[in-house]
Design a protein around this ligand. Structure first.
Ligand code: FPP
Ligand code: MG
Length: 350
């Protein structure tokens, strides 16, 4: 039923994707001056997150700790904790253990979903290493995902009802995103609006929640908390669009995983959706038994056509929306960090 899945529609509006592509204006990210390394400005707090993560994954069962450490020590970018901390400090928060704990919870939830996601996607690699379930086995990895998820709530559950509810909502959205993505697997009926809805749930929800909770715990006014929320949501959408673009045009070594996986898996990723008019792409997307030759041809067809240019245009649109929300926050080095992060995400190669 069209629209039936819009149960958790946030009150923050994101623009519909179709009209953005129809518009003739070419977008530029007006970054300007005042660049500030987002990770450097919260380096002290991120170090505390690292220590809290290490503490969190200790278990009497060594295998749980080993599986969690395989991913947690495996070179994650820590973007979600970083935006949580930047939003908090940028709105007058003091970088207490509380904000470190909620940033840790968000990274733990993210890691739990990745352990489970690689099982669901049958992924061989993650972050340049063999995926956890291929190394440790499916059953222990499934339980390790549950373990991390519970650990996350040990950290998030001590906050007030609002924070607990927002964190729970993010987790609900992640699961609903996974299911919605499955509905559109190898399904040519998928639209741009469906894509944006999937991405809001499966990727943007944790960025959004991190920023919102960071702002709320800093004592920001509701209107400012909403702007932080909107920044996180739009940044998260831009992040996933770039991820999808890199799956077609990126370098496997830099990415730590093979390219072309969305097409092989029948994932409704943006460059594929934007190239569905091409019969070679459509057939490779719809048929699970496409050989490597067909996949290669379809990837070349996506690269030759307008899909990558259009996808980049959309990523810049959401990046601009994120920047527009940032303008409503008070100026600070942390806000400059959030601004620079938008550019880093748009420009990233891995
Ligand atoms: C990665 O997408 C997948 C997610 C970000 C969400 C996965 C969600 C679940 C497995 C539901 C479980 C939820 C909880 C709260 C434990 P992708 O496969 O497109 O990205 P990838 O290329 O990084 O694998
Ligand atoms: Mg996956």
């Amino acid at each position: 039923v069209p629209g039936a899945y819009l149960i958790h529609e946030t009150k923050i509006k994101t623009a519909r994707a179709e009209p953005i592509l129809a518009s003739k204006t070419r977008r530029r990210i007006p970054l300007g001056t005042n660049r500030c390394d987002p990770f450097q400005s919260v380096a002290r707090e991120l170090e505390l997150v690292e220590r809290t993560l290490s503490r969190a994954i200790g278990s009497r069962e060594q295998s749980l700790t080993d599986i969690a450490a395989h991913l947690i020590d495996g070179g994650g970018k820590r973007v979600r904790p970083a935006v949580t901390l930047l939003a908090h400090l940028g709105l007058g928060g003091k970088g207490s253990q509380d904000i470190v704990d909620i940033a840790t919870a968000i990274e733990l939830i993210h890691t739990a979903t990745l352990l489970h996601d690689d099982i669901l996607d049958d992924a061989e690699t993650r972050r340049g290493k063999v995926s956890a379930y291929r190394k440790f086995g499916l059953k222990p990895t499934l339980v390790a995902g549950d373990f991390l998820f519970i650990k996350a709530f040990e950290f998030a559950g001590k906050f007030d009802e609002t924070v607990v509810q927002w964190t729970a909502d993010a987790c609900t959205l992640l699961t609903e995103g996974e299911i919605l993505q499955g509905i559109f697997n190898r399904n040519r009926a998928v639209t741009l609006d469906d894509y944006v809805e999937i991405v809001k749930r499966k990727t943007a929800s944790l960025f959004q929640t991190g920023c919102k909770v960071g702002a709320y715990l800093a004592g920001a006014k509701p209107a400012i908390v909403d702007e932080a929320d909107s920044y996180g949501l739009n940044l998260g959408i831009a992040f996933q669009i770039v991820d999808d673009i890199l799956d077609v045009v990126g370098h496997a070594t830099l990415l730590g995983k093979p390219t072309g996986m969305d097409l092989r898996d029948g994932n409704p990723a943006l460059p594929i959706i934007l190239a569905l008019e091409d019969s070679v792409v459509r057939e490779a997307f719809e048929q699970s038994k496409s050989g490597e030759g067909r996949i290669g041809e379809a990837l070349e067809a996506i690269k030759r056509g307008p899909a990558i240019r259009k996808a980049k245009e959309l990523s810049r649109h959401y990046a601009e929306e994120a920047l527009a929300s940032l303008k409503k926050l008070p100026a600070s080095p942390y806000r400059n960090g959030l601004k620079t992060l938008v550019q880093l995400i748009i420009d990233r190669r891995f």
